[in-house]
Ligand binder design. Structure first.
Ligand SMILES: [Zn+2]
Ligand SMILES: [Zn+2]
Length: 115
C-alpha cells in the first residue's frame, strides 16, 4: 500500500500516512505532528491529491495546563527571547491564564524524545 509522506511545515519531520490513514481522514480533520505537535488541517484528500494546511501548534500551558493552539500569526507577533544557552525561544501568551509560554522549535534529534 502506498505511503504518503508529508513534511511538517514547522519542524520538517516527515509524517507518514498509510492508505488506511488517509481513508479515515476527511477534509477538515486535523493531524498532529508527533515531533513538534503542529496541527494541520486536511484541506484536500482525493485520489493522489492530499494537502494539509498548518493550523497551529498544540501547546500545553505549563501554568494552567490547558491546551491551546499557537498560530503562525501568534508566532509572528511573539517576541523572541534567548535563554542562558543562547537558544532562541518565542514568547507567546496563554489565552486561558495569560501566562507567558516559551516555545522553541529546534529540530529535535530522536534521541531527545521523552526528556
Ligand atoms: Zn513538526
Ligand atoms: Zn495558561
Amino acid at each position: 500500500m502506498a505511503i504518503l509522506e508529508i513534511d511538517c511545515p514547522v519542524c520538517g519531520e516527515v509524517l507518514e500516512l498509510t492508505g488506511e490513514d488517509r481513508s479515515e481522514l476527511e477534509v477538515g480533520d486535523a493531524i498532529v505532528c508527533e515531533n513538534c505537535n503542529a496541527e494541520m488541517e486536511v484541506v484536500r484528500n482525493e485520489g493522489q491529491d492530499f494537502e494539509v494546511e498548518l493550523l497551529g501548534i498544540l501547546t500545553t500551558c505549563p501554568n494552567c495546563h490547558q491546551e491551546f493552539d499557537v498560530t503562525e500569526e501568534m508566532l509572528a507577533a511573539a517576541p523572541t527571547v534567548q535563554d542562558g544557552s543562547g537558544q532562541e525561544t518565542s514568547l507567546v501568551r496563554c489565552p486561558h491564564c495569560q501566562a507567558g509560554v516559551e516555545l522553541s522549535f529546534e529540530e529535535q534529534p530522536e534521541d531527545q524524545l521523552g526528556t
